[in-house]
Design a protein around this ligand. Sequence first.
Ligand code: NAI
Length: 688
Amino acid sequence: MNTTLFELQGAVAVITLDQPPVNSLGHALRQRIVAALDAALADPAVRAIVLTGKDKAFSASADVSEFGSPLQLAEPLLGQVLARVESCSKPVIAALGGVALGGGLELALACHGRVALDTARLGLPEILLGLIPGAGGTQRLPRLTGMDTALALIQSGQPQSGRQLAESGLLDQVVTEGLMEAAKALALALADQLAKHGTPLPRARDQQLDPASTQALLTRQREKLSPRQQLQPAYTALLDALAAATTPFEEGLKRERELFLRLLNSTPAKALRNQFFAEREAAKLAAALQTNPRFVQTVAVIGAGTMGAGIAICALDAGLNVILLEQDEAALQRGCQRVAEHYRSRVSAGKLKASVAAASEARLNPSTDWAQLCQADLVIEAVFEDLAVKQAVFRQIDLHARMGAVLATNTSYLDVDAIANVTARPQEVLGLHFFSPANVMKLLEVVRGTHTAPDVLATGMALGRTLKKLPVLTGNAFGFIGNRIYNAYRKQCEFMLEDGAWPEDVDRALTDFGFAMGPFAVADLSGLDIAWRMRQAAAASRDPRERYVAILDRLCEQGRLGRKSGAGYYNYEGGKQVKSSDAVVRSLIEQASQQRGLTRRPLGTSEIQRRALLAMVNEAALLLAEGVASRASDIDVVLVQGYGFPRWEGGPVFWARQQDRAALEQDLDGLAEISGPGFVRCAQALTP
Ligand code: NAI
């Protein structure tokens, strides 16, 4: 850290925040700002002060790693630093060049003026960590911008650019260059007005909001909170804090602080922090596996179906060259249309510049000629989920790919070794399991085969980062991490149908818990026939004693393949689920209960939730015990990012660790009993 407190430029003290990497407002930086202000105030040569950051960051937030630790609560608290800035007798201007997020933006709000580059990114992302701004953000921002803008910025948690915020009232000036000159000029102008006319320094706290219209707006917002937002206390707390912005400033600050501290120790905030760190951790290979990745500039994608086209798009978006290979011209054309349609719709929605889309599309090389593969640094196969087909494709890849190319399969369930072993180079093969839609979903399971070389694995992880994904390492076992846990969960939900619940009971209980969708609605959406085919393929090897629920098979036999056929577990009209329950489905379910000799009984919401979650927890423990998942937190990342597990519940492992240990173990025993043969009860507990 630079030890100079400020640099005198003319009559302006420039205080440069310099706490790599992103000027998080940890204890050390907070102390330094106060010391610099004191020094600048004491220096008669200083008439005004500019606070600025380095290169990319003014300040990217409070220091999340201090959250919940004594350092976060060590003086000077951020709120005290801000009060110090605000009460300075010399004008303090924030010069915002890069990101000003969270506590960083709150610091800027406490200044007497703000100048930003048009490209600066400004935001209050606390809500994404289950919090509200805790250093005056909810009190100062609405006073500067009005309640509408403040609410939108804080409730979305998403940053906006200086350009977007130019007219919002947050910024005094937005410039395309000459940031420091503009900030210093504003600082001196305020100093002049103060000296010549006694004009008080402008402070957000002195502004007033109209109480009646503000409260009316917040009441409307309260009614508009989505069910998922209502499950997260930060959304309601935010409206409470904003409502306090119509009270005297100090009172509002006090209210904000109370709400912030209550949230800080809440389980959702802990879960969200846990995810934040788990995601960072997941993307790193364990030290023993770390090595340099191979160079990848050209990727070949084989199969231009749903997944292949999506993978091609994200590689193009990341600036890579893409060879898209199909088995025939017609399929290739369909794939190319998918890609073209994607870019067309992004451009027409104003989300992408036409020139950027054109540059991406220009890097696409569609082909049916296997010889093209020799140009690829990395090949991703995304053909039908059929071992024989994939093996045939890998034999072709082996013939045509250059030596040293990394060879990946996007299989969801198949054995990566069985695919790798048809090549003469199984050490170059790994799984790269993308999720659908591949250009949207962030999760990427990177599957390590028995022979996968360390640098091949490192290349898979690095590619994930290049594609802006969240890569998670997994061992090569049926369903890897995500599908394996999801299968155990879905199976348990099917047991509950036989035991007495209806699909809508199960789905409602799980959406009430916070899942984006219930398992039967998900099954209908993805199509029941995929699972049906897999069940048929596995029938011969299934243990006859295993508890097997055949409801899905019966539905498929009746042509009820899910949403695409107009009916599955539910009926659909015009693509929308019909609310009323379906007599055919109910009678199929009743028959299934009868055949198993079960007397149906209603299952309550919490019983459904607990059974479904326990099934996940047990499978998570098995995955860890078997070494398929290398870190417990990776499992949480997979379930949250890929399967709609509510982020604020932290994932199955985090959830399990919040439960009473003895009760959890006892309930797992109970679950094993209900589930019968075929359910493997993990002996190893998920201890932290
Ligand atoms: P799809 O049926 O939409 O596309 C497969 C494509 O592969 C077709 O366009 C087909 O013409 C092409 N193809 C088949 N044999 C070929 C060959 N010998 N050479 C070149 N191209 C060939 O299938 P989808 O959904 O894209 O799935 C592909 C793979 O991705 C499967 O392994 C699947 O399990 C996996 N996957 C699918 C997900 C999904 O939600 N659809 C999610 C994650 C993985």
